[in-house]
Structures are given as structure tokens and as C-alpha cells.
Ligand binder design. Structure first.
Ligand SMILES: [Zn+2]
Length: 142
């Protein structure tokens, strides 16, 4: 009788044993509740449970992080003057995605001080707030 997946309660999570079935169900639950999901975002579970379909655990995160992504963004920051900003869409609505973005960008933008502000539509505003001295900022401590 094929792959019928039953839902089981596990702690605070409603689970489906097959992760890809769970993913499909989680996504459908999200769309039913919140409307369509941008192509660049996926519906993940904030409890990190791949089997979880609980709507309140669902959140949006970027589909994949392309290699070199933060380097490209850091290069855009480099060309800004202090105080200027740009917005990036599809970063995600949750703190985890934003924190990951923040730490990736801080890592890449070594010469610039940036601030990252999350916005309700899942985009972030990246503002150049200063520049580090390029002399002796890293490495040569003695
Ligand atoms: Zn859960």
C-alpha cells in the first residue's frame, strides 16, 4: 500500500517519518496559513526536526547559500560610503537565518564595519557603518 505516512505526536512536534514527505507537508501547511513561498526560500522547521510538520515551528530560510555569496556582498559594501546601505531580499524571517547571514558577511567584509537589520518581509538592510584600519587589523599581532 505504498508510502502512506501517518502523523505522530513527538513532544511539541507533529512528525512524519519520511523527511521529504514531511517537507512537502510542512510547505503546504505554511502556504495554507501564510500564502506562497518565494522561489529562493524554503520552509524549514525551527526545531531542527526534519520530520516536523508543526506549523508554528515552520519558518522561511534561503534555499542554498551559493559559494562566494558573502564575498560578492562584501564587495558591494566595499564600494559604499560610510552611512550608505542596500537591501537584500530573501534572507529569511527568523533569527537563525539572519544570524548566519550576519556572521557570513562579517567574516567576508573584513575591512568594513557593517550593520545588518532584518525586515519583516525576509529581506535585510546592510549598512556600512565604518571602516577598520587596513593596517595591522589582523594577523601581525606581536
Ligand atoms: Zn517541531
Amino acid at each position: 500500500m505504498g508510502k502512506f505516512s501517518s502523523i505522530k505526536q513527538h513532544g511539541a512536534c507533529e512528525e512524519i517519518a519520511n523527511p521529504s514527505t514531511a517537507y512537502g507537508r510542512r510547505r503546504r501547511n505554511w502556504i495554507d496559513a501564510h500564502g506562497s513561498v518565494p522561489a529562493s526560500l524554503v520552509v524549514d522547521a525551527s526545531c531542527s526536526n526534519q520530520h516536523c510538520i508543526t506549523l508554528t515551528h515552520a519558518y522561511l530560510r534561503p534555499r542554498v547559500e551559493q559559494p562566494g555569496r558573502y564575498r560578492k556582498i562584501a564587495n558591494r559594501v566595499l564600494r559604499l560610503n560610510v552611512g550608505q546601505h542596500f537591501d537584500l531580499s530573501s534572507i529569511g524571517t527568523d533569527e537563525r537565518s539572519r544570524n548566519r547571514f550576519r556572521s557570513g558577511l562579517y567574516e567576508a567584509a573584513r575591512l568594513d564595519k557593517v550593520s545588518v537589520g532584518g525586515q519583516p518581509d525576509g529581506s535585510v538592510r546592510v549598512t556600512k557603518v565604518g571602516e577598520w584600519s587596513s593596517l595591522g587589523a589582523q594577523g601581525r599581532s606581536r
